[in-house]
Design a protein around this ligand. Structure first.
Ligand code: MN3
Length: 200
């Protein structure tokens, strides 16, 4: 069973003015689609065709670099589209808010640390809010299309929120102002989805 490009759960323009429609269209239709196509080519005829993308990521050190790059790209973008939304922003609540306060002191402090991870990731990569094996939240970042599920990640855990900091994610609207893009991201975070991933 080949992997498929998931539909974007909202219009390309739904995240404006924070993320522009043209960026979303190219990002989903060209970049993510390319990762799916190249992942399918890389695993064709192998046992990986029967696995979930999560299981492939968890044992990524066994696979060729094309699976790491394109499998990571598919997992990361599939998460990214769902943790954003048009009726979003605001504050986390409930058990997730409690866990954020326990780990970082406050929601504002968590955002500051996350934005710093996004800003300081050199070159292309991702900033993450993850749940570690003990259930505690942490912030980390990964290069390229790596993610914290991967057995090669420096800091491992289950991603519950991720921000793509590749230039293709923001350059049309923000050019070199990656920190402005990271700040704007909080206006489109779908906390219902993040809480669901935290509780899973
Ligand atoms: Mn991307």
């Amino acid at each position: 069973m080949a992997f498929t490009l998931p539909n974007l759960p909202y219009d390309f323009k739904a995240l404006e003015p924070h993320i522009d429609a043209r960026t979303m269209e190219i990002h989903h239709g060209k970049h993510h689609n390319g990762y799916v196509t190249n992942l399918n080519k890389a695993i064709e005829g192998t046992d990986a065709e029967k696995l979930s993308i999560e299981d492939i990521c968890k044992h990524i050190s066994k696979y060729p670099v094309a699976v790491r790059n394109n499998g990571g790209g598919h997992y990361n973008h599939s998460l990214f589209w769902t943790v954003m939304g048009p009726k979003a922003g605001g504050n986390p609540s409930g058990a997730l808010a409690d866990a954020i306060n326990a780990a970082f002191g406050s929601f504002d402090e968590m955002k500051t640390k996350f934005n710093a991870a996004a800003a300081t990731r050199f070159g292309s990569g991702w900033a993450w809010l993850i749940k570690d094996a003990s259930g505690k939240l942490a912030i980390t970042s990964t290069p390229n299309q790596d993610n914290p599920l991967m057995d090669i990640a420096e800091v491992k855990g289950t991603p519950i929120l991720g921000l793509d900091v590749w230039e293709h994610a923001y350059y049309l609207h923000y050019q070199n102002r990656r920190p402005d893009y990271a700040t704007a991201f909080w206006n489109v975070v779908n906390w219902t989805e993040v809480a669901k991933r935290f509780g899973a």
